[in-house]
Each structure stands twice: as C-alpha cells, then as structure tokens.
Design a protein around this ligand. Structure first.
Ligand code: GDP
Ligand code: IMO
Ligand code: MG
Length: 422
C-alpha cells in the first residue's frame, strides 16, 4: 500500500473512519496526526458500532499498530474513558497503541474557555464541539501548553499545572465562570497519566524505525479540508491543519516519505457547526435526517446537508494533492429523481471556480448546478462496480472528474463489505 495520507475533502464526517478501517487491512500502522476528541469516526464490525475519538480507527484490527502522533491534542481523562469503552466492547489496546510524548494536553480550563468564548461570541459563535480544542492549540502556539511527557513526570506536572491553573483561573473569573480546583484537576489528571504512561513513547523514532523495516503507514486525518486552520473557512474552522501537510508535521514523517493521498468525500455535502455552506439544501437535510442519518458522532447535533460541491472538492484536491478519491454514502441519494452537483459559484455578475478567501464573499456565493438523472434503485447490496446502476456510475465518474482525481472507492453503506473498489 505504501505510506498513505487519508484526508477529509469536505467539512468533516466524510466517512473517514469507515474508509480507514477498510484500508487498514493493507497497512501495518495507523497514525492520527492532528485534532483531538472533537473527531468522531464511526466504524461498524458486523452489527456493532464503534465511535473512535482519539484512538485511530485501525485499532479494530488486532494485528495493526496505532499511534497518536505529536500533532494531536489529548484529553487524557477522556482517552482513558475511550480505552475503557473499547475494552468493554472487547477491543484491547495493549501492545498495539503508542502515544507521542510531545502531544499536547487538553486541560479542563481549555474546555471551560472554549465554552465561555462561544457564549461571548453570541450569534457569531463557531459552533465548536466544546472539547477545548481551540484553547489547547492556542496554548501550544503560545508555548504555554503541557504535554504528555509532562503528565507522566509527577513532580514537573504538579509544578507546571499549578502555574497554569492560577493564570487560567484569573481568566475564568473575568468571564464570570467558576475557577478550577488545582487539587481536583491534579488528582484526576495524575490518575489518567498513570494509566497512560505505558503507552507513551517517542513516536517519531518509532515511526522512523518502522519505515526502515518497510512497514506501511496509513495517516488518519480528522475533520476535513474546509475546517483547516489555514485553508478552511476561517474563523469557522478547527484549530489544526486537517490537510495533508498536517500528517507530516503531526507525525514527524517527512513529505518525501509519503506515497499517496486519498481524499474521502460524501456523494453530497454535510457540515456541523456554523459557517457558510454554499450548497446547503433543507430538502436534502430533511430526507437524510428522516432516514436517521447525518447526526454528529461526537455531539449528536443534526448535520447541515446539501448537494455535492465540486468547487470545494477541487480546491481540496489542490491543497491536499489528492491522488485518489473515495466517495461514501452514495446510497443516501438512491431515491432521488434528479441529483445536483455544484460546478461553480456566482457572486453578483462574477463567476468563481474556486473558494473565495473572504468569508463574507463565500457566504454570498450562489451555486451553479449541473443536474444528473437519479438511478432510483437501492445500491446498498451492490459489491461490484459493474453492478452499480449505470446512472450511479455516471454520477460518480462525473463528480470525481470535477474534483480532479481518480475514483478508486465507492461506498454504499457503513459496513466493511459495503465497499466497491473501482
Ligand atoms: P468521519 O468523521 O469522517 O469518520 O465520519 P462519521 O463517522 O462522523 O460520519 C459518517 C457516517 O456515515 C457514519 O455514521 C458512518 O457509519 C456512515 N457511513 C460511512 N460510509 C457510508 C456509506 O457509504 N453509506 C452509509 N449509509 N453510511 C455510511
Ligand atoms: P471528524 O474527524 C465535523 C467542527 C465543529 C465546529 C468547528 C470547530 O469526525 O470529521 P472545534 O471543536 O474543533 O473547535 O470545532 O469544527 N468540527 C467537526 N465537524 N467533523 C469533525 O471531526 C469535527 N471536528 C470539529 O462542529 O464547526
Ligand atoms: Mg465524524
């Protein structure tokens, strides 16, 4: 398989977890490189549903090794909860999970500040997951963060945490929020630190040694291209580089060791949280929600839905260097008479074929659509490309071509088997 970076090519929740699980079969190691437990990656094994937040989706295959890289922000208490949750579902992480020493910690004041800043923004809120992700990455950039290596060093952690809680309590007081108890946070985090210590290592060295023995690595992206802190619809983004470059900085594996980039996209578009979504369409949202689909895996919020947007996915191909496309949720469109895909934007008298950087201009963009005839046949039982309805194949080929990369996977259901290799 060679070293593969998998990214979300839209606004997150593209079905990355499912595709990672499928591709893990050919990989030796799966690495998460950015984001935190704002992510929710769903994987089904048979009838059992697993939702992964921090642990790579590759963990469900027992012989594979999973790594949480240096670029991830870790809420250690939450991670222990995730490990215990997996254990209850019969999945062990012993011996096959490594956590980077230099990954930054999400602390309770990050979560509290995330919440307070959203309240202060009022109607201009981002709609974050309230997991403390923005404030944690903020501390990392400000060089005031604590890392896993600090957490597992009892004396150092105590001294650093004391200072950080003191400072952040002043900020929380200014917001009118309740200050945190050092003793409580310290006890809770030290307990989690002791549980996680056996997993903590120098993952950069581990990955380099693995590369030398020709191990093949799959880099599991979280969120999506338009939630990228640099390339997304700022400020309605997350706080990490969700695009392919983040896989290098977030793991310590160099760009010239990467062999391919797979972009995952839904056959339509969804977004959870605030910010512009040019192809948003309430009828599509109602249809999908009635089917019980498109509710957030982390927060349970109903996702906003719309038609496929090839202006966005073409942009995603450009900034990520997408070689191959995996289209998921094709089956979501099975009942429609006509399917639309956005092929350009109109703003006033101007036509755009790229995503404008000015968020106010993006909010004014009117999609220009191409129409495709619906196939009006269930696809969830199809397993071969040739057996897909001809109209579904035409639609898939068209959206891949519009997105500027080769279609290699079409997904027609959440299960492993519901995957068509093109
Ligand atoms: P991720 O964050 O990119 O991993 O995606 P999520 O897990 O948050 O959301 C994707 C949802 O779509 C999950 O409920 C998946 O089980 C589901 N899913 C993935 N691929 C398909 C598909 O081809 N068809 C259907 N019906 N569901 C899918
Ligand atoms: P996966 O990996 C979809 C969104 C939030 C909000 C914005 C900022 O499952 O695709 P944050 O909590 O990160 O500060 O929120 O980003 N968001 C996601 N949307 N899927 C995700 O992850 C997301 N992670 C964050 O809804 O709009
Ligand atoms: Mg998700």
């Amino acid at each position: 398989m060679a070293n593969t970076i998998l990214v979300g090519a839209q606004w997150g929740d593209e079905g990355k977890g499912k595709i990672i699980d499928v591709l893990t079969e050919q990989a030796d190691i799966v690495v998460r490189t950015q984001g935190g437990n704002n992510a929710g990656h769903t994987v089904y094994l048979g009838e059992t549903k697993y939702v992964l937040h921090l642990i790579p989706s590759g963990i469900l295959r027992p012989k594979k090794t999973c790594v949480i890289g240096n670029g991830v922000v870790i809420d250690p208490v939450n991670l222990v909860g995730e490990i215990d949750g997996l254990l209850k579902q019969g999945i062990s992480v012993n011996g096959n999970l490594f956590i980077s020493e230099t990954a930054h910690l999400v602390l309770p004041y990050h979560r509290e500040l995330d919440e307070q800043r959203e309240i202060l923004k009022g109607k201009n809120k981002i709609g974050t997951t309230k997991r403390g992700i923005g404030p944690a990455y903020g501390d990392k950039a400000a060089r005031t963060g604590l890392r896993m290596i600090d957490l597992i060093n009892a004396d150092r952690f105590e001294a650093l945490l004391r200072i950080r809680i003191k400072e952040n309590n002043e900020v929380l007081k200014a917001f009118g929020a309740k200050p945190l108890s050092f003793a409580k946070v310290h006890a809770e985090y030290r307990k989690a630190g002791d549980r996680l210590k056996p997993f903590v290592t120098n993952t950069v060295v581990y990955l380099h040694k693995a590369t030398r023995r020709k191990a093949e690595i799959l880099f599991e992206g979280a969120q999506g291209t338009f939630l990228d802190i640099d390339h997304g619809t700022y400020p309605f983004v997350t706080s990490s580089n969700t695009t392919s470059g983040g896989a290098c900085t977030g793991s310590g594996v160099a760009p010239n060791r990467m062999n391919r980039v797979v972009g995952v996209m839904k056959a339509y578009t969804t977004r959870v949280g605030e910010g512009p979504l040019p192809t948003e369409n309430q009828e599509i949202a109602d249809m999908l929600h009635k089917m019980g689909r498109e509710f957030g895996a982390t927060t349970g919020r109903a996702r906003r839905c719309g038609w496929f947007d090839s202006v966005a996915t073409r942009h995603a191909s450009m900034v990520n260097g997408i070689d191959e496309i995996a289209v998921t949720n094709l089956d979501g469109l099975d009942t429609l008479d006509t399917i639309k895909a956005c092929i350009g934007y109109r703003v006033g008298s101007e036509r755009l074929d790229y995503i404008p950087n000015d968020i106010e201009v993006l909010a004014k963009c009117e999609p220009i659509y191409a129409e495709f005839p619906g196939w009006k046949t269930p696809t969830h039982e199809v397993r071969e490309w040739k057996k897909l309805p001809a109209k579904a194949r035409s639609y898939l080929k068209a959206i891949a071509e519009l997105s500027g990369a080769k279609l290699t996977i079409a997904s027609v259901g959440p299960a492993r088997a519901q995957t068509i290799f093109v």
